[in-house]
Design a binder for this molecule. Structure first.
Ligand code: SAM
Length: 364
């Protein structure tokens, strides 16, 4: 049955659910091997780096699952100085990372918008546009996205979190600041403007079914997404979602092994379905399995996002408990990742921006 499905030219939703529900080790192995083959065929053997700079944990949003949500008073808030962000970006450039990702909590005030614009301009100036700049700063007005694009950011990450609007509402407060439709509109603005658009979902959210996950994959296909960054939902004890899990009882939360394995299956199926997109092996995978990112690279992922945020601040950017790498320096992360990538016989695309092949074809 699995061989038959893998060979099909087009998958139905039923096929996707069948693959997501695979439980025999041998079948899962076949799925991952096939995804790896497709990856090499469509995007090559190289793994691209995006040095991750988590430059602020100040956030206007109150997402019920997230450790840096506005109402979490236990978080020490920070906003890096421009010089610090620039120093980290230039470190990535010198280390031949090829690209960086600037990420923060969501802010919309004009000072923040200007601050980000200046940073993007400055990084581009200092690196002569040779460093790919991905940004991930949440929902903004279209003009703001345009401003940052004009300043030189070329990729944007904004996860849809789940394509099931009802489930989305369950994990966000019920108010205008947390609207599924706004998030969808933002993804479409980004595409209109000309960004390489990245999105993704959390896997193993309480109440999420395999059909929801199949729909998520079809959502990426329908919205013609260029880059995928998805990973397991991980508990964060100071959030309302976790407190609800504790109250109702753990059965509403899938165990860690399930969430991890399902995340790998989602990556593999996304690779086979979408073929030429960039897919990240996210840090959250490593929080559930020490070899999480290597396993994702063997199941179809082709991008790594080494954290280069300085040691003091990376501890304060904890979206979930047990975030890995919080006591390491950027240099230690680089060395460790290099060992990990080479251990599974992949190559590192040092000095390359690693644009999404899907995007390049799309704009052609
Ligand atoms: N403000 C930007 C935004 O909203 O896109 C970027 C920062 S936001 C914290 C980045 C991502 O972290 C979210 O899209 C979400 O998927 C992920 N995240 C937050 N809490 C998480 C948790 N408990 N487990 C797994 N991922 C989580």
């Amino acid at each position: 049955m699995i061989d038959e499905i893998l060979m099909k030219k087009q998958w139905s939703k039923k096929d996707l659910i069948y693959l997501l529900e695979l439980s025999q080790e041998e079948d899962i192995k076949k799925l991952f091997q096939y995804a790896n083959k497709i990856r090499i065929q469509y995007v090559g053997k190289e793994v691209y780096y995006r040095g991750l700079i988590e430059f602020s944990n100040i956030c206007n949003k109150d997402c019920l699952y997230c450790g840096i949500r506005k109402s979490n008073t236990k978080v020490m808030r920070y906003q890096m100085e421009k010089e610090e962000i620039l120093r980290e970006a230039l470190w990535a450039y010198q280390e031949q990372y090829g690209s960086i990702t600037l990420q923060s909590g969501e802010q919309t005030n004009s000072n923040y918008v200007k601050f980000c614009e200046d940073i993007i301009l400055e990084i581009n100036k200092k690196t002569k546009h040779a460093l790919g700049i991905t940004i991930s700063m949440g929902e903004q007005e279209k003009e703001i996205y345009q401003k940052w694009f004009n300043a030189g950011a070329s990729r944007y990450l904004l996860r849809i979190e789940t394509s099931n609007e009802l489930l989305y509402q369950k994990i966000h407060p019920q108010n205008e600041n947390h609207s599924f439709q706004t998030r969808l509109a933002c993804l479409r603005y980004l595409k209109d403007i000309g960004y390489q658009v990245g999105s993704g979902v959390m896997i193993g959210i309480p109440g999420q079914t395999c059909e929801d996950l199949a729909n998520d994959l079809l959502f990426f296909e329908r919205e013609d997404i260029d880059m995928i960054g998805m990973g397991p939902y991980i508990e964060q004890k100071d959030t309302p979602l976790y407190q609800q899990i504790e109250k109702v009882g753990y059965p509403i939360l899938r165990d860690k092994q399930w969430r991890f394995q399902m995340s790998l299956k989602m990556i593999a199926i996304a690779r086979i379905l979408l073929k030429d997109v960039n897919i990240a092996a996210t840090t959250a995978l490593q929080a559930l399995d020490p070899l999480g990112r290597e396993k994702a690279l063997k199941a179809g992922a082709n991008v790594l996002m080494p954290i280069i945020t300085n040691e003091e601040q990376r501890q304060k950017y904890q979206l979930y408990d047990q975030k890995p790498c919080i006591n390491e320096t950027a240099a230690q992360c680089k060395e460790c990742l290099q060992r990990r990538v080479l251990s599974i016989a992949n190559e590192i695309g040092y000095g390359k921006k690693g644009d999404s092949t899907h995007f390049l074809k799309r704009i052609r």
